[in-house]
Design a protein around this ligand. Sequence first.
Ligand SMILES: Nc1ncnc2c1ncn2[C@@H]1O[C@H](COP(=O)(O)OP(=O)(O)O)[C@@H](O)[C@H]1O
Ligand code: SF4
Ligand SMILES: [Mg+2]
Length: 331
Amino acid sequence: MTNSAADPVLSVADLRVTFGERTEAVRGMSLSVARGETHCIVGESGCGKSVTSLAVMNLLPRGAARSAGHIRFHGRDLMGLSEREMARLRGDKIAMIFQEPMTSLNPAYTIGSQMAEVFERHRRAGRRAAMDRAAELLARVGVTAPGMRLGQYPHQLSGGLRQRVMIAMALMCDPELLIADEPTTALDVTVQAQILRLLQKLQQELGLALLLITHDLGVVARMAQRVSVMYAGQVVESGPAAAVFAAPTHPYTRGLLACIPVPGTVRRDEPLGSIPGMVPRIAPGFIGCGFRDRCGSAMPECAGAVPLRDAGGGHTHLCRLLPDATRAPGA
Ligand SMILES: Nc1ncnc2c1ncn2[C@@H]1O[C@H](COP(=O)(O)OP(=O)(O)O)[C@@H](O)[C@H]1O
Ligand code: SF4
Ligand SMILES: [Mg+2]
């Protein structure tokens, strides 16, 4: 399959996810990821980042309902696919890695058999070829003595090594889209930096479309070409990472960035920004700005419908204020 920047690998339009009548966790999310591009979704805990990625993969928990204008992978709408067709794509052309490798690695099976199984299932390969492929990928992600590691169990590996195994496993079938949900959050800072460097290198070498989810603006500054800032189930600001960091326009993004004068210096597990208050839980049908209880610029009109405004150059924000107003010093 070929595609250009104009033909994104993943395109999501107006994605909504509800949990019963009281919670709309994702409220009209749109984004796209091009080949060779890292698009970061950033936002505080509870903003709907994981639910977004699970909705794309059709892996939402019981009780969740999704709807969307479309979720296109190379132009093909995934919304209409059966579970069987979706299962064929997962782990093959679309792969996902999670924050905690132990949720995806089975403690009862060796690394080799788990990696091989993915390849056997999607490629109808024999065990020998699958093991060779697994060893090759372990080496590629920087695991030394891959032959020996294939025979080990997940608990015999360190956290960093397990995350490398997860990445290798995700790459078994040459995915075109990799969705990584907080892949380094559980790791200590040095290992975190190594894994991010590895992801960046692989993304560039393989031309992956990488959708990287994080609550850490330092990770965004290091990795992203594009960024979508999520708040209470919506993208409140989106654009080229350089433009958003240079001149954030949404009050929420500005709040997040206010506590890190130099991008990249935020420490792991530090809460994002210093904005008082918490992410609200929002019910379906809610109108108005979800951030208004915490926004220093809130005005009565913010209780009404909020316009999506264009700041130019693919940079947009969802706010009553004009981008130029928020960019002005002291605004
Ligand atoms: N299994 C669930 N049942 C009910 N509500 C859920 C469930 N999972 C997530 N939610 C709701 O979705 C919101 C977003 O969750 P999530 O996507 O996990 O946030 P994060 O941005 O931290 O990844 C939560 O605040 C919660 O209200
Ligand atoms: S719409 Fe109003 S409350 Fe919401 S971020 Fe903009 S100024 Fe603040
Ligand atoms: Mg999450």
